[in-house]
Design a protein around this ligand. Structure first.
Ligand code: NAD
Ligand code: DAU
Length: 331
């Protein structure tokens, strides 16, 4: 299997590459990554010799055509991924998430290459706290932010290329990931590194928003299942029944790091802040037999805290700039 992984120097993509090299040493893995502020070659240390790394953009049609032509399958992680950035400047989200996905789709169409599109539960909008329903593959699209609307657009392009051109594509929409190599702009690593750095953690608004947390390794295990056995044109929702509100996540981080429960600041809320996400992963579990390994969020969080404690050299160069940008927005 010659596998092209877009966005393989980002959080989930890098974890996916590590897993693939470990579990499928017979695969030939090529990573295509633009090394934006969110990409980091250091995340591939340890597997760098086992893969081919190409520095370039998924919007570069000639480069994409060349790489896709030499591949059996593409797993597409590359994206602009942070909601707060999309509110500040949506332009790069349109380019990478929409035009980049279109560029890949045209190449896999030309060369009849298998395509797996990695997407998010945010395409479905948000739920009330007391809504008994969760997101299913049948839930209507209703994205809220520039980020989630561009991911929704990319999903619709993939579906259209399946139906119109017979492209052999699958889609997965996952809930919030946590684990090693996540950029310090994101909620959990931001708070962990704030504590490690002697800064106060920052909670948006009242912290009542609920996210459905899943360990990144469980997400990637599911992506491999879908890649190998998913049905063309089908969408698989990935989630591990991990609903927790932000206040509780932060309280757990503070406790695990030996901090007082009130050692945080409440800051300006996110504009249009989605209230709650929740995934029904029945299809993935029943059709592909996937099960999460990380079923204890507290344990997964403790391991993640230990990773950031042990890997300061990885996050330290990113921290000051991220905090300066947040401070300028009152967050
Ligand atoms: P990330 O921001 O950590 O990494 C994105 C990677 O894509 C970076 O390495 C970046 O350099 C690269 N990239 C950006 N623009 C590019 C371009 N034009 N060409 C090539 N590479 C480019 O993101 P992540 O959190 O790892 O998310 C990966 C994918 O998973 C995204 O598609 C995201 O929408 C989806 N997703 C993320 C989560 C989550 O909780 N983080 C949950 C569900 C789905
Ligand atoms: O649901 C999947 C999505 O999860 C992915 O598609 C996105 O790529 C990923 O970034 C994530 O989106 P969120 O917006 O939910 O994640 P974020 O880590 O930015 O924020 C999680 C929650 O924490 C959210 O309710 C906002 C809140 N928050 C965030 C930050 C950065 C805070 O309270 N304080 C903070 O400092």
């Amino acid at each position: 299997m010659r596998l092209l992984v877009t966005g393989g120097a980002g959080f989930i993509g890098a974890n996916f590459v590590h897993r693939t090299v470990r579990e499928h040493p017979e695969y030939e893995v090529t990573v295509l990554d633009a090394l934006t502020y969110a990409g980091n070659e250091a995340s591939l240390a340890g597997v760098r010799e086992a893969i081919t790394f190409v520095h370039g953009s998924i919007t570069d049609a000639a480069l994409v055509d060349d790489l896709v032509r030499g591949s059996d399958a593409v797993v597409h992680f590359a994206a602009e991924s942070h909601n707060d950035n999309s509110l500040a400047d949506p332009g790069p989200f349109l380019q990478t998430n929409v035009v980049g996905t279109y560029t890949l789709l045209e190449a896999v169409r030309r060369h009849d290459v298998r395509f797996h599109h990695v997407s998010t539960d945010e395409v479905y909008g948000d739920l009330e706290l007391d809504d008994p329903r969760k997101f299913t593959p049948e839930t209507p699209y209703n994205p809220s932010s520039p980020y989630s609307s561009t991911k929704a657009a990319s999903d619709l392009l993939v579906r259209a290329w399946v139906r119109s051109y017979g492209v052999r594509a699958t889609l997965s929409n996952c809930s919030n990931n946590y684990g090693p190599y996540q950029h310090v702009e994101k909620f959990i690593p931001r708070q962990i590194t704030n504590v490690l750095d002697g800064r106060r953690p920052k909670l948006y608004g009242a912290g009542l928003n609920v996210r459905d947390w899943i360990h990144v390794d469980d997400h990637n295990a599911a992506v491999h299942e879908v890649l190998q056995r998913g049905r063309t044109g089908h969408t698989y929702l990935i989630g591990a029944d991990g609903e927790v509100d932000n206040r509780t996540v932060l309280a757990t981080v503070l406790e695990l790091m030996g901090q007082p429960a009130d050692a945080f600041d409440s800051v300006t809320d996110r504009a249009g802040h989605d209230l709650r996400y929740a995934i029904d992963a029945t299809k993935l579990r029943e059709e592909l037999g996937w099960r999460p390994r990380y079923t204890d969020f507290r344990e997964g969080l403790a391991a993640t805290i230990a990773w950031y404690r042990d890997n300061e050299a990885w996050w330290r160069p990113l921290k000051d700039q991220v905090e300066a940008a947040y401070a300028a927005r009152g967050q």
